[in-house]
Design a protein around this ligand. Sequence first.
Ligand SMILES: NC(=O)c1ccc[n+]([C@@H]2O[C@H](COP(=O)([O-])OP(=O)(O)OC[C@H]3O[C@@H](n4cnc5c(N)ncnc54)[C@H](OP(=O)(O)O)[C@@H]3O)[C@@H](O)[C@H]2O)c1
Length: 349
Amino acid sequence: MNQASSAPVRVGLLGLGTVGTALADLLRFRSDLILERALVRDASKPRRIVRPDEVVTTDLDEVLDRSDVVVELMGGVDRAYAAVDAALARGRPVVTANKALLAERWDDLAPAMRDGRLHFEASVMAGAPVIGAVAGSLRGNAPIEIHAVLNGTCGFVLSRLEQGVPYAAAVAEAQRLGYAEADPTLDVSGLDAAHKLFVIGRLAVDPQLSWAALRDATRGIERLTPGIVQEAMEDGGRVQLVGSIVPADGRWHATVRPVYLPAGHPLALGEETRASMIYRGAGGEAFLAGPGAGGIETASAVLGDLLAAAAGRPGPSLLDRAAPVPTTAQVEDLGELEAAAAPGASDRA
Ligand SMILES: NC(=O)c1ccc[n+]([C@@H]2O[C@H](COP(=O)([O-])OP(=O)(O)OC[C@H]3O[C@@H](n4cnc5c(N)ncnc54)[C@H](OP(=O)(O)O)[C@@H]3O)[C@@H](O)[C@H]2O)c1
């Protein structure tokens, strides 16, 4: 598919919620892309888009038949996988922001990734281009360790605990402000961050990184209290939910857990809903940060992918083999960051 002809590329949207509606808004201003159909669960809901009667449908086949490229923004795993698989089977390139789908069905989706027909920049750190970086130029910078703050809801809840708000009230406030889902379990349990870390890990360090092992090595923020978080603040530090990929016992090891970060640590800075990643490689350190969530922020990244797919450009390429695991000497050379993310520090949190 390409945009050489004058007819706009027809976009089939699966899901018209927070991100889907923001994407529909962005598409209004384009002449090269047109929102042709949008799949929803409940067609009777009022929709904030133009031509809703023409566009909204509950018929997946109608969306797939009438689109050149498909964008999956419905969330969940099984139903999303079935829809994405059907779109790929019909030869449509697919754009998705769904990190749960990617983490839980990566191996099933790998053939489409290998063909470059799956685009997923928006799935991790929403508005910060981390997927392009770890699947692109950072491949030349042999990894030593990666640490990332990946879940904006947890950042928000932790900032409220810092102010003395009890955990349950902080989560309720996050729900009220639209940061957390009606069911915030995926966020506060650390699983959402683990989904994102897994996507980074498969692209950056090891194509065999185990999802089951990472899930088992994931702890959330549910047991934190204002007292624990405020204790960390006494010497200027902060507690954050951090996902880390580090060398251990001759292989790559991924984990998500609350960590004490000392004063001035780059992952402890910035707005509460921001996402950030430190990539330490043999060729130096890279730091990426940006909005971790949000309708327009995520939709912008989706639109970037959509333009690439419409122009026939491939999605991120898979890693062929695991990156060499650094030696103990290389890791010991790291200093402060490694010490901050040590298991002892996370036990304190
Ligand atoms: N929100 C963010 O800030 C953000 C950031 C990064 C990534 N993401 C990812 O982007 C995706 C979408 O998130 P969102 O916040 O936009 O979700 P959302 O607001 O819950 O919207 C989901 C949409 O999908 C539709 N849908 C759900 N299940 C369906 C089904 N079985 N059949 C047909 N339609 C179905 C819903 O239909 P109805 O409208 O009829 O209910 C709704 O329009 C998720 O994978 C999420 O993880 C979100």
